[in-house]
Design a protein around this ligand. Structure first.
Ligand SMILES: *[C@@H]1O[C@H](CO)[C@@H](O)[C@H](O)[C@H]1NC(C)=O
Ligand SMILES: *[C@@H]1O[C@H](CO)[C@@H](O)[C@H](O)[C@H]1NC(C)=O
Ligand SMILES: *[C@@H]1O[C@H](CO)[C@@H](O)[C@H](O)[C@H]1NC(C)=O
Ligand SMILES: *[C@@H]1O[C@H](CO)[C@@H](O)[C@H](O)[C@H]1NC(C)=O
Ligand SMILES: *[C@@H]1O[C@H](CO)[C@@H](O)[C@H](O)[C@H]1NC(C)=O
Length: 549
């Protein structure tokens, strides 16, 4: 037997190099199909920049052939399918432009399997643009006669829109594949909902199972992570009399990306990472149990960090509608108000607002918005109408408390805490007023809270010191405060032996007094492990100096 020499290997390599080299294919690679030409199974159109490829593929069973567009470097991600519910059964399909100006997919017997349903004359071409859009035009330079970006599959690419054209009534929405290997339409849809204040929704059939929350000028209220990749993508929510749509564009230099509605009803933003040649998940919705629509019912609050309460609690001033069901984790029945609102007698109301921070704003399908007023005017508008149950800023781009006005008049539905979430002003009876903050993500320090925690730390230190003194007879001096005027830790740096010096501490009786015997009226927040009290004034009783050996 002849031995394989290095020159053989070299020629083998050369042969395969030639077979794969772009030069060998140069004549065939094109992005445009003209009249009289065709794309048959095995041939492709490749966009000018090379990012997208159009051709025939089989996602699962090789016997089923589909015409589609996929990412050239990631063939398994198919952004558009022509004959999703009418697969070809052999490899003799062909894409042509008909004499009457339709883009047609024909099977081996010449039957039309799919049609763009257009009519036109002139110099008809179908071009695969480097955006992934397949555009049929008649060469007149006018608008596209047909484009794949208007016929969404399960993928939204930069430049595509979801939502509705209010003039033509045309709706753009993503539809899931039936299964991983079956591109025929599944049950899940993702689109921009235009009822009330626009928000994106994920539907199972016609039932909302997840929503992003309303657009706040920068991101969707419940998708705060959008801020973390806004350097790559520009988001566009359009809310005009002619259209309510959402789309995004890639900023210069941004990697390839797409939004995908999976066959099992998960919406993902995926970004291509060239070095590992893999798609990275930048966002996924629903992201956790609290994103399940209406998990805690009306006026219920979902906290993904609170498994001990099965994630649900009633918002301030509300109690479970059905305590028995609630105890059995039947939280979707929601909560009802403890103290009725005071509607006033036409001239005045004693109601106020509970301020709730860090939220995905409630469902806005029945809410109304006014972009032209300030948040203060929004507050007055809400108080003036008995049916107003709460309000929030519409636009937070300017920072501060935001501007514009969303008003809710129906039961507040689908509330949850999110990191970096928004503020909701909940109309409440006078006896229920207080400020509520999300325990895990305090956005600012509450003065009362910091004093209270300082008190607790010092109290613990004091206990520790007493125990130590009794046991080890260490030197601990307790001096009377000199009018409380000494700044905390003023001399600490001059003596490295001291860990704590010249700080004020208070005893339990003082804390008891300052918190009104731990009165509920003084609670300003509750964490998982602690209750935070409002402490207005703590008299300075002692100055403790702890000395370490
Ligand atoms: C497709 O094009 C090839 C080459 O131009 C031609 O031989 C073939 O008949 C065409 N097929 C159809 C169905 O038009
Ligand atoms: C073209 O028209 C046929 C028959 O009305 C319809 O079934 C098909 O969905 C249409 N195709 C497109 C791409 O709109
Ligand atoms: C409405 O209430 C205000 C304040 O509670 C009171 O001063 C006023 O007299 C009341 N008006 C009527 C018509 O009852
Ligand atoms: C919106 O209003 C309709 C009609 O009053 C009602 O059936 C529906 O439950 C409301 N939806 C929400 C989320 O409040
Ligand atoms: C209060 O809101 C309801 C429901 O939107 C509306 O019908 C009514 O006119 C409003 N009343 C006032 C005084 O603005």
């Amino acid at each position: 037997m002849e031995e394989l020499t290095s020159s053989h290997i070299l020629s083998l390599l050369l042969c395969s190099f030639l077979a794969l080299s772009p030069i060998a294919f140069a004549a065939e690679v094109t992005d445009t199909l003209g009249k009289g030409q065709n794309v048959s199974d095995g041939e492709t159109l490749v966009s000018a920049g090379g990012s997208y490829t159009l051709g025939f593929f089989s996602p699962g069973v090789a016997a089923k052939r589909y015409l589609g567009i996929w990412f050239t470097m990631s063939e398994d991600v198919v952004s558009w399918v022509a004959n999703a519910d009418r697969p070809l059964t052999d490899a003799f399909g062909v894409l042509v432009i008909s004499g009457t100006g339709s883009l047609l997919l024909l099977d081996s017997s010449g039957q039309v399997v799919w049609s763009s349903n257009t009519t036109g004359t002139g110099f008809m071409t179908a071009q695969l643009l480097n955006s992934g859009n397949l555009v049929l035009s008649d060469g007149s330079g006018g608008a596209a006669m047909w484009q794949s970006f208007d016929h969404l599959s399960n993928t939204q690419l930069p430049g595509m829109k979801i939502g509705r054209n209010l003039w033509t009534g045309a709706e753009w929405r993503l539809t899931s594949w039936r299964s991983l290997n079956d591109p025929s339409p599944g049950n899940f849809h993702y689109t921009t909902n235009l009822e009330g204040v626009p928000q994106n929704v994920l539907l199972d059939g016609d039932k909302v199972i997840y929503r992003t929350g309303p657009w706040n000028g920068q991101w969707f209220s419940g998708v705060t992570e959008m801020a973390t990749y806004s350097d790559m993508f520009a988001y566009q929510l359009t809310n005009t009399p002619s259209e309510v749509t959402y789309g995004y564009v890639a900023k210069p230099g941004a990697p390839l990306s797409h939004l995908l509605l999976t066959h099992d009803g998960v919406f993902r933003r995926l970004v291509w990472e060239p070095s590992s040649r893999a798609w990275k998940v930048f966002f996924q919705g629903p992201r956790d149990i609290c994103d399940d629509y209406g998990k805690c019912g009306v006026f219920g609050m979902c906290n993904a960090n609170a498994p001990s309460t099965s994630f649900c609690s009633c918002i301030k001033g509300f109690s479970p509608t059905s305590p028995v069901q609630w105890k059995m984790r039947g939280t979707s029945s929601g909560c009802r108000r403890n103290v009725m609102l005071d509607c006033g007698n036409g001239t005045s109301t004693t109601d106020g607002f509970v301020v709730m921070h860090g939220l995905k704003l409630p469902d806005t399908r029945n809410a109304s918005a006014d972009a032209s007023i300030t948040l203060e005017e929004c507050s007055a508008k809400c108080l003036a109408n008995c049916s107003c149950l709460g309000y929030a800023a519409l636009d937070i781009r300017g920072g501060g408390v935001g501007t514009g006005c969303i008003i809710w008049k129906d039961d507040l539905m689908d509330l949850r805490y999110v990191d970096g979430g928004q503020t909701l002003y909940l109309r409440s009876a006078k006896s229920e007023l207080a400020e509520v903050r999300y325990p895990a993500f305090p956005t600012g320090l509450i003065i009362g809270a910091s004093i209270a925690s300082l008190v607790m730390v010092l109290f613990a230190l004091w206990l520790f010191a007493v125990v130590r003194r009794r046991r080890r007879e260490s030197r601990i001096s307790v001096d009377n405060a000199q009018g409380g005027a000494n700044g905390a830790g003023a001399d600490t740096r001059s003596n490295p032996a001291l860990t704590v010096q010249s700080v004020r501490a208070v005893g339990l009786p003082t804390i008891t007094e300052a918190t009104g015997n731990f009165s509920e009226a003084n609670i300003i927040g509750e964490g998982e492990y602690s209750v935070v009290y409002k402490v207005l004034f703590i008299p300075c009783t002692y100055q403790l100096t702890f000395v370490t050996d």
